[in-house]
Write a protein that binds this ligand. Structure first.
Ligand SMILES: Nc1nc2c(ncn2[C@@H]2O[C@H](COP(=O)(O)OP(=O)(O)OP(=O)(O)O)[C@@H](O)[C@H]2O)c(=O)[nH]1
Ligand SMILES: [Mg+2]
Length: 420
């Protein structure tokens, strides 16, 4: 596929057009579409009928011929009628940014949750565009499947809509059930007070690689996740429980962010970011070698703001430092660290920084367990580190290190509480 990229910029755009088009090009290349030319136009708002101005449409037609292109990709989500109009004028396949991102996600989805989410987002995108697809098919001489149970007076489009709506309802129910389960798991972890550390960042910044470097550092390579030089390699959240030096925490690898995500996808993907909302510490992984570093940091900050996660302590991790070394970069006034997965620069510092930001997961206590409560002595001896054990008149005395999540059941035997 050879595509021409088309963008309209308005004064309300937060990202500049050069950046936005570079990102669109990357997205297209992610599914093997090569971009041969790009056209942009500054308008107060996109044209309501054709997105881009009339004059520019003729320019696109000329470019299609000149570059032998067979596709046009628009940098925003087009309304169904804009899409109909431009398709008729340009006479090549026209898609918009939302559709492109949906396509990429569709190809990458691996877990049940992510494929349900993509199906849902795609159906929501398609619903108002059903008639458009029908027109396209009939123009291309195709038939439209075997939807034979058409009711009296019902058109093919009505039937398709009904089909999509029932699919949407079905997917929503399935996802709801999955999410309830996940919320319950996160809640349980919260109750157990296992701290959550979330890796977030722009897509391809190196989040999964950072997770893997940490796992390697503590000799748990068997738990590693997929890292790959492609946009959206990770489409679900992956949790790994890390236990180290009497501390434990859950390390979470998340889906990468990108600007202007289709709103249907945003809705569903923000739901998968439950762990980020509940995180005790966030590591914002930054690709220091990107020429668009500032824009990418902004994209991530905007997503964190919409997740209401900006007041969670955050470390700015300037990753891929091996490929940049631009000393001016990390002077942001935030807590930051230069880092490299390639050379493992500052891996020790990163790990120690994480440990210092999560609360202790054990506490030391002095307990007196009555002899008749033998089961408690048994639990202590099975699961805790014991500094001292003594048989005394009223029971067994323990000086122990107890995981916080277990402490509640021993509270009544804590000598400090008894004295009070
Ligand atoms: N030079 C260099 N490359 C790195 C570094 N860290 C990661 N990479 C490369 O960057 C690419 C993306 O890495 P990932 O860890 O998959 O990135 P991600 O943020 O998880 O990406 P998504 O899951 O797609 O959002 C891979 O090709 C990595 O090898 C680094 O410190 N230096
Ligand atoms: Mg990843």
């Amino acid at each position: 596929m050879k595509a021409i990229l088309v963008a309209v910029t308005t004064t309300y755009d937060i990202y500049d057009v050069e950046y936005s088009l570079a990102e669109l090009k990357n997205l297209a290349e992610a599914i093997d579409i090569s971009c041969v030319y790009q056209i942009s136009q500054k308008l107060t708002s996109p044209n309501s009928k054709t997105y881009i101005g009339k004059g520019k449409l003729s320019e696109i037609i000329i470019a299609i011929k000149a570059y032998d292109a067979n596709m046009v990709i628009f940098n925003d989500e087009l309304t169904p009628s804009q899409m109909r109009n431009v398709s008729e004028e340009l006479k090549v396949e026209c898609i918009d940014r939302s559709y492109l991102i949906l396509k990429i996600f569709e190809q990458r989805a691996q877990t049940k949750e992510s494929s349900l989410e993509i199906k849902l987002a795609k159906n929501l995108y398609l619903l108002p565009r059903v008639s458009l697809l029908r027109e396209k098919e009939s123009r291309m001489g195709g038939t439209s499947g075997s939807l034979s149970n058409r009711g009296a007076g019902e058109t093919q489009t009505d039937l398709d809509k009904r089909h999509i709506l029932s699919e949407i309802n079905h997917l929503k129910k399935e996802l709801e059930a999955l999410r309830k389960m996940k919320e319950a798991q996160v809640e349980k972890r919260k109750r157990n007070e296992i701290p959550i550390v979330a890796l977030v960042g722009y897509t391809n910044a190196g989040k999964s690689s950072t997770m893997n470097s940490i796992l390697e550092y503590i000799n748990q390579k068997d738990k590693q996740v997929l890292e790959k030089d492609q946009l959206f390699a990770t489409l679900s959240t992956y949790n790994r429980k890390i236990t180290y030096d009497k501390k434990e925490f859950i390390l979470v690898d998340t889906i990468g962010f990108v600007s202007k995500l289709p709103h249907n996808l945003v809705n569903s993907f923000y739901q998968t970011l439950t762990e980020v909302k509940h995180a005790d510490y966030i590591i914002h992984v930054i690709d220091s070698s990107s020429p668009y570093i500032n824009q990418q940091i902004n994209v991530v900050m905007n997503v964190l703001a919409s997740l209401e996660a900006t007041n969670i302590p955050t470390l700015f991790l300037f990753n891929k430092w091996d490929a940049t070394m631009d000393e001016s970069l990390h002077v942001l006034g935030y807590e930051s660290l230069t880092f490299s997965n390639k050379t493992k620069l500052h891996i020790k510092e990163l790990f120690e920084d994480i440990l210092s930001h999560i609360g202790p997961s054990t506490i030391r206590a002095k307990l007196l367990i009555p002899y008749k409560e033998g089961k408690y002595s048994h639990i202590l001896e099975e699961t805790c580190y014991i500094y001292l054990k003594e048989y005394q008149t009223y029971g067994t005395y323990y000086d122990v290190e107890i995981p916080i999540k277990q402490y509640a059941q021993f509270k009544d035997y804590d000598l400090e509480n008894m004295i009070q």
